[in-house]
Write a protein that binds this ligand. Sequence first.
Ligand SMILES: [Zn+2]
Length: 281
Amino acid sequence: MKTKRTGFAFLKRLLIGGHYRASVALHAARSKVWHGALKLLDLGHVCNVCDHRSLRFDSDEWHLYSICPVCQCQVRHRLFWAAVNMVPAVHLEKILQDKRVLHFSPYYHVSRKLRKIASLYTTADYLAGAYDFGNIELDLDISNMPEIASGSYDALLAFDVLEHVKDHFKALDEIHRVLAPGGYCILIVPQQDHLEKTMEDPSITDPRIREKLYGRADHLRMYGLDFKEMIEQRGFEVTVIDETFFTTDTLRKHILFPLVLSDNPIATNYRKVYFGRKTDM
Ligand SMILES: [Zn+2]
């Protein structure tokens, strides 16, 4: 009896397993044909981070059709990757390839690419244990990094990090210190569209008010266009890359600029990537 039931279970597993494998293979084949047809006709949008092509990207409550359905990257990640691949002044061969790179709060799919091209690649985040980034090597406070020797990196990346940091000027000084002369910081921050001056009021500690003013309860300020001067004041020569550096076709193909502007008054539609070259010692 026992043998019979085991045999039946084995047969059932074999059939179900076979059916499952066949359906996965069929799905993969369909997906490949669909992807190939879109590519042949040059239709849809292409994520320049993971190469996925799709007629429509995913949305969140702030931004419509701007999130890659496969790797989940957002406009800022694709804008950065387009900048270092298409803009000669900040090309990755010049500022990242074979360089020592320190990457804060790294986005996994961009991180994988950088690890392949850097001579030394280190990931970091503050209170890393509290977050599930999975690939963080150093638990670092970007505004106080005694663990990192001066001049020991050629590039430091921090996307959407500084708005969480209490003393962001001290952070810029620390970024400057750990970079070698001629090294680059690559920074992105949430910015209210067309806001001239950064809004910050340290007396506001209520998370609900912070969320209303700055977009999230753990954001300490809303950056304006003066962010460029802030970086320049700390000893960097700054190049700002935004949507104006790319053709309309490229912007649309890779969704480097929102297809639909967010109607949230504090959303960042006009993302900018700040490349700061350390000019003094
Ligand atoms: Zn993607």
